[in-house]
Design a protein around this ligand. Sequence first.
Ligand SMILES: NC(=O)C1=CN([C@@H]2O[C@H](COP(=O)(O)OP(=O)(O)OC[C@H]3O[C@@H](n4cnc5c(N)ncnc54)[C@H](OP(=O)(O)O)[C@@H]3O)[C@@H](O)[C@H]2O)C=CC1
Ligand SMILES: O=C1Nc2ccccc2C1=O
Length: 314
Amino acid sequence: MSTPSFTLARTGDKIPAIAFGSGTKHQKKKKGDPVLKDSVDESLVDIIKFALTEGKFTHLDTAEVYTTRIEVGKAIAESGVPRNKLWITDKWNQGWGGRHRSTTPSGPYESLVKGLELMKIDYVDLFLIHAPFFGEDANEVTVEEAWRQMERLVDEGKARNIGVSNFDVPVLQKILAFCKYKPQVNQIEYNPYLQEQSPGIVEFCKRNEILVEAFSPLTPIVPTKVTEGPLDPVLKELESKYGVTNTLLLLRWVYQTGILPITTSTNKERLKDITKVWEFELEPSDVEKISAAGKKFHYRGFFQDYFEKYDQAR
Ligand SMILES: NC(=O)C1=CN([C@@H]2O[C@H](COP(=O)(O)OP(=O)(O)OC[C@H]3O[C@@H](n4cnc5c(N)ncnc54)[C@H](OP(=O)(O)O)[C@@H]3O)[C@@H](O)[C@H]2O)C=CC1
Ligand SMILES: O=C1Nc2ccccc2C1=O
């Protein structure tokens, strides 16, 4: 079965309903390795090609900060898959806090121009602002200036769609008040153990026709994150009922809640298993069972400092 899609409101573009991420584990490996960090990681090129061919992914997620744009570009070229059959998402790294400064402090325009060169492509399907951090600490552009640059990328055909990532309601409202083109997507951390990255965000995005994408959809089964939780017995029961892995149950749950999962792996068996995600459907009562069990536990893996204000109010 071919991959289903979500339709983006402004352009009507169809975005493939699951993505392969080139951040997290791949990014960590590359940055942590003195040789790989400034070169091409051929093992990453190989796994992305596998994801595109055997894994049947048609949607890749990258970002300036991952330093994996070069591998994404090489894998696309070597995969033999025509560019117009693929969806490529990239992000501007505007830096976060004092810890991590942007490599393109002038803003998203310069970032994507460099990204297109590295990926050896003419346009991306979607370009995102990676996080809602603006001001002296992170970069030199305001949210207004950054969004104007995003809109210029659309006008010049370099980005077909634009959006944001890790944005909470107040920052989104700020953009909606002045924008020419609305954000089409908000990519956030989302799984049964974090159903609201920030208060009301999913509902707000749905109401404003902003597609929500979920990074870290598999958190409940990644032992380095959660060793034991209230979802475990529910997943066990549903694994037997549907005859699928817990990975598939979680990806399917994300999709059936109207959200686009972004997952990744270095494991080819896991990638092949993921192709089966479109071959079954959870009954609505089982979607609810996963949601209800998930709400009994809270786990946040990213940007704890920024979201601390919300966690403290829980
Ligand atoms: N916008 C943003 O701020 C962010 C965006 N992202 C994007 O989302 C993508 C996916 O994020 P990520 O958190 O990795 O997503 P997932 O929740 O899909 O986790 C994937 C990771 O989980 C591991 N895993 C899966 N199942 C198991 C298991 N049963 N036992 C042990 N390990 C397991 C995989 O390891 P293995 O390799 O062994 O399969 C892989 O490293 C990123 O690559 C990036 O593109 C991510 C974070 C932040
Ligand atoms: O993939 C990612 N890994 C990260 C680690 C820290 C901050 C953002 C990210 C990503 O987007």
